[in-house]
Ligand binder design. Structure first.
Ligand SMILES: [Zn+2]
Ligand SMILES: [Zn+2]
Length: 442
Protein backbone atom coordinates (compact mmCIF):
# COMPACT_ATOMS: atom_id res chain seq x y z
CA UNK A 1 0.00 0.00 0.00
CA UNK A 2 1.33 3.47 -0.75
CA UNK A 3 1.09 6.32 1.71
CA UNK A 4 -2.08 7.80 0.22
CA UNK A 5 -3.83 4.45 0.49
CA UNK A 6 -2.65 4.13 4.06
CA UNK A 7 -3.97 7.60 4.80
CA UNK A 8 -7.37 6.62 3.42
CA UNK A 9 -7.27 3.50 5.54
CA UNK A 10 -6.50 5.56 8.67
CA UNK A 11 -9.34 7.99 7.93
CA UNK A 12 -11.83 5.18 7.31
CA UNK A 13 -10.81 3.43 10.52
CA UNK A 14 -11.23 6.59 12.56
CA UNK A 15 -14.66 7.11 11.01
CA UNK A 16 -15.63 3.53 11.80
CA UNK A 17 -14.33 3.58 15.38
CA UNK A 18 -15.29 7.20 15.89
CA UNK A 19 -18.51 6.59 17.75
CA UNK A 20 -16.64 4.82 20.52
CA UNK A 21 -14.08 7.62 20.85
CA UNK A 22 -16.86 10.19 21.03
CA UNK A 23 -18.72 8.10 23.63
CA UNK A 24 -15.52 7.98 25.69
CA UNK A 25 -15.14 11.78 25.48
CA UNK A 26 -18.77 12.18 26.55
CA UNK A 27 -18.40 9.74 29.44
CA UNK A 28 -15.31 11.64 30.65
CA UNK A 29 -17.28 14.86 30.22
CA UNK A 30 -20.01 13.59 32.55
CA UNK A 31 -17.52 12.83 35.30
CA UNK A 32 -14.86 15.53 35.10
CA UNK A 33 -12.09 15.47 37.69
CA UNK A 34 -9.52 18.04 38.78
CA UNK A 35 -5.79 17.84 38.06
CA UNK A 36 -3.78 15.08 39.74
CA UNK A 37 -7.08 13.54 40.89
CA UNK A 38 -8.24 12.21 37.51
CA UNK A 39 -8.55 8.68 38.84
CA UNK A 40 -11.75 7.59 37.17
CA UNK A 41 -10.85 9.41 33.97
CA UNK A 42 -7.52 7.56 33.91
CA UNK A 43 -9.36 4.27 34.42
CA UNK A 44 -11.51 5.00 31.38
CA UNK A 45 -8.36 5.71 29.36
CA UNK A 46 -6.78 2.46 30.54
CA UNK A 47 -9.89 0.54 29.55
CA UNK A 48 -9.72 2.14 26.09
CA UNK A 49 -6.02 1.21 25.67
CA UNK A 50 -6.80 -2.31 26.83
CA UNK A 51 -9.58 -2.58 24.26
CA UNK A 52 -7.09 -1.51 21.57
CA UNK A 53 -4.57 -4.05 22.93
CA UNK A 54 -1.98 -1.34 23.41
CA UNK A 55 0.45 -1.92 26.28
CA UNK A 56 0.50 0.98 28.74
CA UNK A 57 1.86 2.20 32.06
CA UNK A 58 -0.42 4.05 34.47
CA UNK A 59 -0.10 6.18 37.60
CA UNK A 60 2.56 8.44 36.03
CA UNK A 61 2.68 11.76 37.91
CA UNK A 62 -0.16 10.25 39.96
CA UNK A 63 -2.68 9.71 37.14
CA UNK A 64 -0.96 9.81 33.72
CA UNK A 65 -1.35 6.87 31.33
CA UNK A 66 1.21 6.19 28.60
CA UNK A 67 0.62 3.63 25.85
CA UNK A 68 3.09 2.66 23.15
CA UNK A 69 2.66 1.50 19.58
CA UNK A 70 5.90 -0.01 18.31
CA UNK A 71 6.56 0.50 14.62
CA UNK A 72 8.04 -2.25 12.50
CA UNK A 73 11.48 -0.63 12.38
CA UNK A 74 13.42 1.32 14.99
CA UNK A 75 13.31 5.11 14.88
CA UNK A 76 12.31 8.21 16.86
CA UNK A 77 9.33 8.43 19.17
CA UNK A 78 6.41 10.72 18.44
CA UNK A 79 4.05 11.44 21.31
CA UNK A 80 0.41 12.41 20.95
CA UNK A 81 -0.93 13.96 24.12
CA UNK A 82 -4.37 14.31 25.65
CA UNK A 83 -5.08 16.07 28.92
CA UNK A 84 -7.10 14.42 31.66
CA UNK A 85 -8.25 17.26 33.88
CA UNK A 86 -11.33 19.45 34.18
CA UNK A 87 -11.95 22.83 35.80
CA UNK A 88 -13.68 24.01 38.97
CA UNK A 89 -16.31 26.20 37.26
CA UNK A 90 -19.26 25.99 39.68
CA UNK A 91 -21.58 28.10 37.54
CA UNK A 92 -21.36 25.64 34.64
CA UNK A 93 -24.58 23.61 34.22
CA UNK A 94 -22.59 20.35 33.83
CA UNK A 95 -20.49 21.00 36.96
CA UNK A 96 -20.11 17.72 38.84
CA UNK A 97 -20.56 18.55 42.55
CA UNK A 98 -19.06 15.23 43.61
CA UNK A 99 -15.70 15.85 41.95
CA UNK A 100 -15.88 19.65 41.89
CA UNK A 101 -15.09 19.78 38.19
CA UNK A 102 -16.45 20.26 34.71
CA UNK A 103 -14.85 19.99 31.29
CA UNK A 104 -15.02 23.65 30.24
CA UNK A 105 -11.78 23.51 28.23
CA UNK A 106 -12.51 20.47 26.09
CA UNK A 107 -9.91 18.11 27.54
CA UNK A 108 -12.43 15.25 27.35
CA UNK A 109 -12.35 15.73 23.57
CA UNK A 110 -8.55 15.56 23.58
CA UNK A 111 -8.74 12.14 25.23
CA UNK A 112 -11.35 11.00 22.71
CA UNK A 113 -9.01 12.21 19.95
CA UNK A 114 -6.08 10.36 21.46
CA UNK A 115 -7.99 7.08 21.38
CA UNK A 116 -9.37 7.76 17.90
CA UNK A 117 -5.86 8.54 16.59
CA UNK A 118 -4.59 5.32 18.16
CA UNK A 119 -7.32 3.29 16.48
CA UNK A 120 -6.43 4.92 13.14
CA UNK A 121 -2.74 4.11 13.49
CA UNK A 122 -3.66 0.52 14.39
CA UNK A 123 -5.37 0.11 11.00
CA UNK A 124 -4.03 -2.87 9.01
CA UNK A 125 -0.77 -2.17 7.23
CA UNK A 126 0.12 1.05 9.07
CA UNK A 127 2.39 -0.30 11.77
CA UNK A 128 4.52 -2.04 9.11
CA UNK A 129 5.33 1.37 7.59
CA UNK A 130 6.38 3.05 10.80
CA UNK A 131 10.04 3.44 11.78
CA UNK A 132 9.88 4.42 15.41
CA UNK A 133 7.31 4.46 18.13
CA UNK A 134 4.09 6.31 18.76
CA UNK A 135 3.31 7.16 22.37
CA UNK A 136 -0.29 7.92 23.29
CA UNK A 137 0.02 9.87 26.49
CA UNK A 138 -2.92 10.90 28.69
CA UNK A 139 -1.40 13.53 30.95
CA UNK A 140 -2.66 15.04 34.21
CA UNK A 141 -3.12 18.53 35.58
CA UNK A 142 -2.84 20.93 32.66
CA UNK A 143 -5.14 23.51 34.23
CA UNK A 144 -3.32 25.65 36.74
CA UNK A 145 -5.97 25.54 39.49
CA UNK A 146 -6.26 24.55 43.17
CA UNK A 147 -2.88 26.01 44.02
CA UNK A 148 -3.30 25.40 47.76
CA UNK A 149 -4.26 21.77 47.35
CA UNK A 150 -1.38 21.14 44.97
CA UNK A 151 1.00 22.82 47.40
CA UNK A 152 -0.19 20.38 50.05
CA UNK A 153 0.60 17.53 47.65
CA UNK A 154 4.02 19.05 47.07
CA UNK A 155 4.62 19.33 50.81
CA UNK A 156 3.61 15.69 51.17
CA UNK A 157 6.18 14.74 48.53
CA UNK A 158 3.61 13.42 46.07
CA UNK A 159 4.57 15.94 43.36
CA UNK A 160 7.25 18.59 42.92
CA UNK A 161 5.65 20.71 40.20
CA UNK A 162 2.07 21.93 40.03
CA UNK A 163 1.76 21.32 36.28
CA UNK A 164 1.42 17.81 34.95
CA UNK A 165 3.85 18.04 32.04
CA UNK A 166 6.58 19.58 34.20
CA UNK A 167 6.14 16.77 36.66
CA UNK A 168 6.29 14.16 33.89
CA UNK A 169 9.43 15.80 32.46
CA UNK A 170 11.02 15.67 35.93
CA UNK A 171 10.09 12.01 36.27
CA UNK A 172 11.79 11.21 32.98
CA UNK A 173 8.60 10.28 31.16
CA UNK A 174 9.57 12.47 28.19
CA UNK A 175 13.18 11.29 28.08
CA UNK A 176 12.30 8.74 25.40
CA UNK A 177 10.17 11.15 23.33
CA UNK A 178 11.56 13.16 20.39
CA UNK A 179 8.49 15.03 19.09
CA UNK A 180 5.19 15.91 20.73
CA UNK A 181 1.84 17.00 19.36
CA UNK A 182 -1.59 17.68 20.75
CA UNK A 183 -4.69 19.53 19.62
CA UNK A 184 -6.70 21.68 22.00
CA UNK A 185 -10.45 22.14 21.54
CA UNK A 186 -11.47 25.75 21.08
CA UNK A 187 -14.71 27.72 20.89
CA UNK A 188 -13.18 30.03 18.27
CA UNK A 189 -14.85 28.70 15.13
CA UNK A 190 -14.09 31.93 13.27
CA UNK A 191 -10.43 30.93 12.83
CA UNK A 192 -11.21 27.72 10.96
CA UNK A 193 -11.86 24.11 11.96
CA UNK A 194 -8.21 23.15 12.54
CA UNK A 195 -5.94 26.02 13.47
CA UNK A 196 -2.22 26.34 14.02
CA UNK A 197 -0.73 29.18 16.03
CA UNK A 198 2.64 30.62 16.97
CA UNK A 199 3.48 31.49 20.56
CA UNK A 200 1.63 31.59 23.88
CA UNK A 201 2.29 33.37 27.15
CA UNK A 202 4.07 31.73 30.03
CA UNK A 203 3.35 32.53 33.65
CA UNK A 204 4.30 32.23 37.29
CA UNK A 205 1.79 31.35 39.97
CA UNK A 206 1.43 33.62 42.99
CA UNK A 207 0.05 32.53 46.30
CA UNK A 208 -0.12 35.35 48.82
CA UNK A 209 -1.05 35.40 52.51
CA UNK A 210 -1.66 38.66 54.36
CA UNK A 211 -1.37 38.20 58.10
CA UNK A 212 -2.86 40.77 60.44
CA UNK A 213 -4.28 40.56 63.94
CA UNK A 214 -7.84 39.65 64.80
CA UNK A 215 -9.92 41.67 67.21
CA UNK A 216 -13.62 42.36 67.65
CA UNK A 217 -14.65 44.07 64.42
CA UNK A 218 -16.94 46.55 66.18
CA UNK A 219 -15.83 46.56 69.82
CA UNK A 220 -12.08 46.90 69.36
CA UNK A 221 -11.01 47.22 65.72
CA UNK A 222 -8.13 49.45 66.91
CA UNK A 223 -6.54 46.38 68.45
CA UNK A 224 -6.62 44.52 65.15
CA UNK A 225 -4.64 44.66 61.94
CA UNK A 226 -6.96 44.23 58.98
CA UNK A 227 -5.43 41.78 56.51
CA UNK A 228 -8.33 42.20 54.10
CA UNK A 229 -7.67 45.94 53.77
CA UNK A 230 -4.00 45.19 53.15
CA UNK A 231 -4.98 42.81 50.35
CA UNK A 232 -7.40 45.33 48.85
CA UNK A 233 -4.69 47.98 48.72
CA UNK A 234 -2.29 45.48 47.18
CA UNK A 235 -4.78 44.66 44.45
CA UNK A 236 -5.33 48.36 43.75
CA UNK A 237 -1.56 48.83 43.55
CA UNK A 238 -1.36 46.22 40.77
CA UNK A 239 -4.09 47.99 38.85
CA UNK A 240 -2.21 51.29 39.25
CA UNK A 241 0.67 49.84 37.23
CA UNK A 242 -1.18 48.29 34.32
CA UNK A 243 -0.21 51.00 31.84
CA UNK A 244 3.47 50.22 32.50
CA UNK A 245 3.10 46.82 30.85
CA UNK A 246 4.16 46.94 27.21
CA UNK A 247 1.75 45.72 24.53
CA UNK A 248 4.38 43.46 22.99
CA UNK A 249 4.86 41.66 26.31
CA UNK A 250 1.12 40.72 26.53
CA UNK A 251 1.24 40.82 30.32
CA UNK A 252 -1.84 39.54 32.13
CA UNK A 253 -2.31 39.71 35.91
CA UNK A 254 -5.66 38.52 37.20
CA UNK A 255 -5.76 37.89 40.95
CA UNK A 256 -8.59 36.35 42.96
CA UNK A 257 -9.22 36.45 46.71
CA UNK A 258 -9.44 32.89 47.99
CA UNK A 259 -9.95 33.77 51.66
CA UNK A 260 -11.38 37.13 52.65
CA UNK A 261 -11.79 36.56 56.37
CA UNK A 262 -13.27 33.99 58.69
CA UNK A 263 -16.07 35.53 60.73
CA UNK A 264 -17.78 38.79 60.10
CA UNK A 265 -17.46 40.09 63.64
CA UNK A 266 -13.69 39.74 63.79
CA UNK A 267 -11.06 41.82 61.98
CA UNK A 268 -9.75 39.55 59.18
CA UNK A 269 -6.29 38.35 60.20
CA UNK A 270 -5.54 35.76 57.52
CA UNK A 271 -6.45 36.77 53.99
CA UNK A 272 -5.23 34.92 50.94
CA UNK A 273 -5.11 35.56 47.26
CA UNK A 274 -3.89 33.74 44.19
CA UNK A 275 -2.82 35.15 40.88
CA UNK A 276 -0.93 34.43 37.73
CA UNK A 277 1.60 36.81 36.28
CA UNK A 278 1.72 36.09 32.58
CA UNK A 279 3.91 37.37 29.79
CA UNK A 280 5.26 36.52 26.36
CA UNK A 281 8.86 36.07 27.49
CA UNK A 282 10.56 35.02 30.69
CA UNK A 283 11.99 38.58 30.96
CA UNK A 284 8.50 40.12 30.70
CA UNK A 285 7.20 37.73 33.34
CA UNK A 286 10.12 38.63 35.65
CA UNK A 287 9.47 42.37 35.27
CA UNK A 288 5.74 42.13 35.92
CA UNK A 289 6.40 39.75 38.77
CA UNK A 290 8.61 42.29 40.55
CA UNK A 291 5.83 44.88 40.25
CA UNK A 292 3.36 42.35 41.63
CA UNK A 293 5.54 41.67 44.67
CA UNK A 294 6.03 45.39 45.27
CA UNK A 295 2.25 45.87 45.22
CA UNK A 296 1.79 43.11 47.81
CA UNK A 297 4.40 44.68 50.11
CA UNK A 298 2.74 48.09 49.69
CA UNK A 299 -0.56 46.71 51.02
CA UNK A 300 1.15 45.15 54.02
CA UNK A 301 3.19 48.30 54.65
CA UNK A 302 0.14 50.55 54.74
CA UNK A 303 -1.70 48.43 57.29
CA UNK A 304 1.22 47.24 59.36
CA UNK A 305 0.45 43.67 58.36
CA UNK A 306 2.86 41.03 57.16
CA UNK A 307 2.73 39.29 53.87
CA UNK A 308 4.08 36.00 52.66
CA UNK A 309 4.48 35.73 48.89
CA UNK A 310 4.96 32.28 47.42
CA UNK A 311 6.02 32.20 43.78
CA UNK A 312 5.77 28.98 41.84
CA UNK A 313 6.66 28.17 38.28
CA UNK A 314 3.56 28.01 36.09
CA UNK A 315 4.13 27.35 32.40
CA UNK A 316 6.91 28.50 30.17
CA UNK A 317 6.06 30.35 26.93
CA UNK A 318 5.00 28.09 24.06
CA UNK A 319 7.22 27.74 21.01
CA UNK A 320 5.87 25.77 18.05
CA UNK A 321 7.99 23.93 15.53
CA UNK A 322 7.29 25.39 12.06
CA UNK A 323 8.12 22.15 10.18
CA UNK A 324 5.74 20.12 12.33
CA UNK A 325 3.09 22.84 12.00
CA UNK A 326 3.44 22.81 8.19
CA UNK A 327 3.04 19.03 8.10
CA UNK A 328 0.02 19.22 10.39
CA UNK A 329 -1.55 21.89 8.17
CA UNK A 330 -1.09 19.74 5.05
CA UNK A 331 -2.86 16.86 6.73
CA UNK A 332 -5.48 19.08 8.33
CA UNK A 333 -6.33 20.27 4.79
CA UNK A 334 -6.99 16.65 3.77
CA UNK A 335 -9.40 16.33 6.69
CA UNK A 336 -11.35 19.62 6.71
CA UNK A 337 -10.39 21.22 3.39
CA UNK A 338 -7.71 23.90 2.93
CA UNK A 339 -10.13 26.79 3.47
CA UNK A 340 -10.90 25.50 6.97
CA UNK A 341 -7.25 25.36 8.07
CA UNK A 342 -6.59 28.56 10.00
CA UNK A 343 -3.65 30.23 11.62
CA UNK A 344 -3.38 32.50 14.64
CA UNK A 345 -0.47 34.51 15.98
CA UNK A 346 0.27 34.95 19.67
CA UNK A 347 -2.16 33.69 22.32
CA UNK A 348 -2.19 35.38 25.76
CA UNK A 349 -3.31 32.26 27.61
CA UNK A 350 -0.78 29.55 28.32
CA UNK A 351 -0.33 25.83 28.42
CA UNK A 352 2.17 23.47 29.96
CA UNK A 353 2.78 22.29 26.42
CA UNK A 354 4.96 25.43 26.54
CA UNK A 355 7.26 23.65 28.95
CA UNK A 356 7.61 20.66 26.70
CA UNK A 357 8.19 22.95 23.70
CA UNK A 358 11.25 24.39 25.45
CA UNK A 359 12.99 21.01 25.38
CA UNK A 360 11.73 19.31 22.20
CA UNK A 361 9.95 20.11 18.93
CA UNK A 362 6.23 20.38 19.54
CA UNK A 363 2.98 21.76 18.20
CA UNK A 364 -0.26 22.71 19.92
CA UNK A 365 -2.90 23.54 17.27
CA UNK A 366 -6.56 23.97 18.12
CA UNK A 367 -9.78 22.48 16.82
CA UNK A 368 -13.21 24.08 16.62
CA UNK A 369 -16.31 22.25 17.79
CA UNK A 370 -17.05 24.07 21.03
CA UNK A 371 -19.24 27.10 21.69
CA UNK A 372 -19.23 29.69 24.46
CA UNK A 373 -16.05 30.78 26.22
CA UNK A 374 -13.09 28.65 27.28
CA UNK A 375 -13.29 28.22 31.07
CA UNK A 376 -16.75 29.86 30.99
CA UNK A 377 -20.10 28.64 32.30
CA UNK A 378 -21.37 28.62 28.70
CA UNK A 379 -18.65 26.36 27.24
CA UNK A 380 -20.23 23.41 25.41
CA UNK A 381 -19.16 20.95 22.74
CA UNK A 382 -21.54 21.48 19.84
CA UNK A 383 -19.92 19.33 17.15
CA UNK A 384 -18.40 16.13 18.54
CA UNK A 385 -17.14 14.83 15.23
CA UNK A 386 -15.25 18.06 14.66
CA UNK A 387 -13.97 18.30 18.24
CA UNK A 388 -12.90 14.66 18.59
CA UNK A 389 -12.43 12.98 15.21
CA UNK A 390 -11.03 15.70 12.95
CA UNK A 391 -8.05 16.48 15.20
CA UNK A 392 -7.45 12.74 15.62
CA UNK A 393 -7.35 12.31 11.86
CA UNK A 394 -4.95 15.21 11.31
CA UNK A 395 -2.67 13.94 14.09
CA UNK A 396 -2.67 10.32 12.90
CA UNK A 397 -1.89 11.33 9.30
CA UNK A 398 0.92 13.58 10.54
CA UNK A 399 2.39 10.69 12.52
CA UNK A 400 2.31 8.54 9.38
CA UNK A 401 4.17 11.24 7.43
CA UNK A 402 6.73 11.60 10.20
CA UNK A 403 7.53 7.93 10.70
CA UNK A 404 7.13 6.39 7.25
CA UNK A 405 10.07 6.15 4.79
CA UNK A 406 12.40 5.20 7.62
CA UNK A 407 11.17 8.24 9.63
CA UNK A 408 12.97 10.59 7.22
CA UNK A 409 10.63 13.49 7.96
CA UNK A 410 10.80 13.05 11.74
CA UNK A 411 14.61 12.97 11.59
CA UNK A 412 14.59 16.14 9.52
CA UNK A 413 12.33 17.96 12.02
CA UNK A 414 14.49 16.81 14.93
CA UNK A 415 17.73 17.84 13.18
CA UNK A 416 16.43 21.34 12.36
CA UNK A 417 14.90 22.09 15.76
CA UNK A 418 16.95 23.98 18.33
CA UNK A 419 15.27 23.57 21.72
CA UNK A 420 16.21 26.52 23.97
CA UNK A 421 16.72 24.33 27.04
CA UNK A 422 18.00 20.90 27.93
CA UNK A 423 15.96 18.96 30.46
CA UNK A 424 18.48 19.82 33.20
CA UNK A 425 18.39 23.53 32.29
CA UNK A 426 14.61 23.45 32.17
CA UNK A 427 14.38 21.96 35.65
CA UNK A 428 16.87 24.57 36.89
CA UNK A 429 14.72 27.42 35.48
CA UNK A 430 11.64 26.06 37.22
CA UNK A 431 13.41 25.61 40.52
CA UNK A 432 14.77 29.17 40.32
CA UNK A 433 11.23 30.48 39.90
CA UNK A 434 10.20 28.73 43.11
CA UNK A 435 10.50 31.09 46.08
CA UNK A 436 8.89 32.25 49.31
CA UNK A 437 9.37 35.83 50.53
CA UNK A 438 8.19 37.24 53.82
CA UNK A 439 7.75 40.92 54.52
CA UNK A 440 6.75 42.51 57.80
CA UNK A 441 6.32 46.22 58.35
CA UNK A 442 8.08 47.29 61.56
ZN1 LIG B 1 -7.99 25.41 29.98
ZN1 LIG C 1 -7.26 23.31 28.26
Amino acid sequence: MDRDQLKRQILETIDREGERAIALAQAIGREAELGYQEVRTAQKVQAAFTALQLPFRAGLALTGVKAVLEGAQPGPTVALLGELDGLPIREHPDFCPETGAVHACGHHCQIGSLIAAASGLLAPGVREQLAGRVVFFAVPAEESVEVEWRLSQKAAGRIEFLGGKAELIRLGEFDDIHLAMMVHTSPRGEDGLLVTSETSNGHVIKFVRFLGRSAHAAGSPHRGINALKAAMLALAAIDAQRETFREEDTVRIHPILTRGGDVVNAVPADVRLESFVRGKTVAAIDDANQKFDRAMRAGALALGASVEITTLPGYLPLRQNPDLAALFRENAALVVGPEQVGHRGHIAAGTDMGDLSQILPAIHPSAAGASGTSHGADYQIVDWEQAVLNPAKALALTVLDLLSDGAAKAQEVIARDRPPLTKAEYLAVLRRMDSIQRYTEG
